[in-house]
Design a protein around this ligand. Structure first.
Ligand SMILES: Nc1ncnc2c1ncn2[C@@H]1O[C@H](COP(=O)(O)OP(=O)(O)OP(=O)(O)O)[C@@H](O)[C@H]1O
Ligand SMILES: [Mg+2]
Length: 492
């Protein structure tokens, strides 16, 4: 037997076993209680039906006392004839103090002289049908139901007629009947109710454990690596909840695994790209340094200068690449690193523009700025915003031809400042536009060594962290325009 079915079976049988034991126990208790109640009911009915039997008997033989003495013969005849009709009764004649004057009982084995009058008085004054039990002179300590009546003659209480309704003989007959009742009704009830409840119960338990089994096998399958397994239960309640929780947990884990895998892919791709980008400047530096060292005397002054310039250029490229990579990975690994503050965006733009004026002039490119002096403060990380301007301006100048114009415009909007940086340069082909913000993406015409393809990826990441987006509009040979918004500073 497999572990799976062992668990299922033991759980199934444990629950079923407990359930069956409880069913049988409850049935027995039910039968026991029914018997007790039916016996009580029987006695109540007896006392109610035969309650007036004592009063009737008195009427028959009245007067009972003649010259202060009991009319014994007449009474005994009556008593016997009563007992012939009701064999279960025992008849006693009591004096006003409860002493037994005469009696007719089978076997004549009366053990007490007195009968307690308290229950007799209660019986005579009763207003409801509750059972009242009185002394049984034949069985002291074992009270019985009875009927009683006062004997009043010549206006005086002369005594009581006291009739035990359920004699020894009667109660033992009852007990026998009850036993057979237990046997008959009990056996049938046990059989029918145990069978019915067991069938329904076992079916219910089977349905529950079947669902549990589904859950267990889903867990096991997931543990064994099948991350797409889900539990399909057509039930609500606790088990439905467990299934639902499992499904959403499995979904999250599966998504995380997919994400981890793609991060891992990206990491591999990055390492490949980085090593490729690092290799060429390093090889170039190495090659030219070796040449200078080997041909020390044979090199002309001009050649040496040219080689050293190449080495310097490559070192600068290397340093830019390393810095950009470092910056991007810092932004990606720690999104909390932005520290927004209220900034004068016009001032910032002017500073960046001034910084780029020198290279722009060298390339005969002009930089214009358009903004209102009364622009409100924006809320952004000043260094990162500066980096955004620098990277976009760097591109604008890099991809412009002499005579082109770069314009930076700031426009106040409802709750932000719209930044537009436009150039009249080479432009970007339509099919390349969707990729320019992807890291390492360099346009097809961008073959220069001083290009890492990281500039716009950094821009996008920084604006993402500011919850802002960037748009680009470009036409080949006409120019390019970048647009993004910076949120206005709101005084708390
Ligand atoms: N103003 C622009 N005009 C024309 N093409 C542009 C402009 N800005 C970006 N591009 C194109 O988008 C590509 C990606 O730009 P990005 O700034 O990310 O990388 P890069 O400029 O090639 O390298 P880096 O900025 O890291 O030195 C560029 O290679 C270029 O083809
Ligand atoms: Mg760039």
């Amino acid at each position: 037997m497999s572990t799976k079915s062992k668990i299922f079976n033991s759980l199934y049988w444990k629950i079923s076993g407990i359930f069956l034991v409880f069913t049988i126990l409850l049935t027995i208790i039910f039968i026991y209680i029914s018997v007790i109640f039916s016996s009580e009911y029987n006695q109540e009915a007896q006392q109610k039906i035969n309650g007036e039997i004592a009063a009737g008997a008195i009427k028959e033989v009245s007067p009972i006392f003649v010259d202060g003495k009991v009319k014994e013969e007449a009474i005994k005849v009556l008593m016997h004839s009563m007992m012939a009709v009701h064999p279960s009764i025992e008849v006693y004649l009591l004096d006003p103090g409860g002493r037994i004057l005469t009696f007719v009982v089978p076997g004549q084995d009366v053990k007490t002289e007195y009968v307690s009058l308290e229950p007799v008085k209660k019986f005579l004054g009763r207003s409801d049908d509750r059972i009242i039990k009185g002394d049984d002179p034949r069985n002291p300590g074992s009270p019985k139901i009875f009927s009683a009546a006062e004997i009043i003659e010549d206006g005086q209480l002369k005594g009581y007629m006291y009739i035990i309704l359920a004699s020894n003989q009667y109660t033992s007959t009852m007990a026998a009947l009850e036993n057979s009742f237990i046997l008959k009704i009990g056996a049938r009830s046990i059989l029918i109710s145990v069978l019915l409840t067991s069938m329904l119960g076992l079916l219910a338990i089977w349905i529950i454990t079947r669902n549990l089994n589904k859950i267990i096998s889903a867990f096991r399958s997931f543990k064994e690596g099948n991350h797409s397994v889900r539990i399909n239960l057509q039930t609500g309640g606790e088990l439905g909840n467990v299934a639902h929780t499992f499904n959403s947990m499995a979904e999250t884990i599966q998504q995380n695994i997919i994400q981890l895998k793609s991060v891992e892919e990206l990491r591999k791709e990055l390492i490949a790209n980085i090593s490729h980008d690092l290799r060429s400047p390093i090889a170039s530096i190495q090659g030219f340094t070796e040449t200078i060292l080997l041909k020390e005397d044979k090199l002309t002054e001009n050649e040496r200068k040219k080689y050293l310039e190449i080495i310097l250029q490559n070192s600068e490229n290397l340093s830019k690449l390393v810095n950009d990579l470092f910056e991007l990975s810092k932004l990606e690994s720690n999104p909390q690193m932005i520290q927004p503050e209220p900034i004068q965006v016009a001032e910032l733009v002017q500073d960046v523009a001034d910084k780029f004026q020198i290279i722009a002039r060298e390339k005969n490119i002009s930089i214009n700025t358009i903004y209102s002096k009364s622009l409100p403060l924006v809320y952004a990380d000043i260094q990162m915003t500066d980096r955004v301007f620098q990277n976009i301006l760097d591109n604008a100048i890099k991809y412009c031809n002499p005579g082109d114009v770069v314009t930076i415009e700031l426009e106040l909007q409802k709750d932000s400042v719209l930044v537009k940086i436009a150039d009249t340069g080479k432009g970007i082909a339509e099919d390349e536009l969707p990729y320019i913000f992807t890291r390492y993406y360099k346009g097809s015409k961008t073959k220069g060594a001083n290009s890492t393809g990281l500039g716009l990826a950094i821009v996008k990441k920084i604006l993402d962290l500011h919850k802002s987006s960037i748009q680009v509009y470009s036409k080949i040979n006409q120019g390019t325009r970048f647009e993004f918004q910076l949120p206005l500073y709101v005084v708390a």
